[in-house]
Design a protein around this ligand. Sequence first.
Ligand code: UDP
Ligand code: MG
Length: 316
Amino acid sequence: MIRYSVVVPVYNEESVVEECYRQLKEVMDATNEPYELIFVNDGSRDATADIVGNLCANDECVKLINFSRNFGHQTAITAGMDFSTGQAVVVIDADLQDPPAVILQMIEKWKEGYDVVYGKREKRKGESLFKKATAKMFYRLLAAMTSVDIPVDAGDFRLIDRKVCDVMSRLTEKNRYVRGLVSWTGFRQTAVSYVREERFAGETKYPLRKMLRFAMDGITTFSYKPLKISTYIGFILAFFSFVYLIVVLCLRLFTDVTVAGWASILAVLLISNGVVLMMLGIIGEYIGRIYDETKNRPLYIVRETIGFSEDTKDEK
Ligand code: UDP
Ligand code: MG
């Protein structure tokens, strides 16, 4: 029976995946318990799949899930969890930014009885100031917006118990913010601090565009606050407009003062149009996600799996 499953999402990681395997193997061998390493190839266009395929051929601990195309990091993690069979499931990035040795500390905590042990980033090396600052802000903004206890400065590097993993598999929402969902399940969680290293090789697969989308997913799936804030802003704007209208009317009716012309009108118009469009955008973000849910397409499509005992699961 498999004790530990390690889930590694990989997307164009040919330059790191072998080293990642080597280090993970070293750490997991130290546990002296049976384990599996599940690589989820998220539609890589380089040699990643071949390299992992070779690893599978030489080491029966290694398993590979090949997606039919790129479905995204969060989906890849989800698939890995779905296919895992270990009593504890560890999710870790392939680029060795999350040091594999920390897994042993996580296992310790798990044995103490915690169901979720997440890695808390004390420090982040080799990432741009912009990324660090926006990440820091985002985690705090999300924490302020939601009542779910989502830890700040923690990524997806974590260990979860089998029962949490099983609950996660029942959550079928499409635009997933996995770390939030794990907290949402409400099991006992604790942290292990670590220093996030530089990428071993290769480049980040999270350009600004993907980061923004990811942040939006986090906020929209865990909070209605942006909608509420839109409503408040609407009321405040309407209130001040009304007061201003009265003032202008009084000036016109009871004094000789001429109210200044088109510049002020244009300014008010542009501001209010901007605000309205922004609010429409916010509503759109939610509607788009509702649309994704109603289509009810599978979360991911698996092209092939290698190394699993019964290759029956092909999609979810
Ligand atoms: N990843 C993935 N699919 C994607 C983007 C990323 O499976 O569409 C994987 C990637 O291979 C890596 C992990 O997700 O193992 C984290 O990505 P990355 O290191 O590029 O993100 P960063 O650490 O820069 O935020
Ligand atoms: Mg990384």
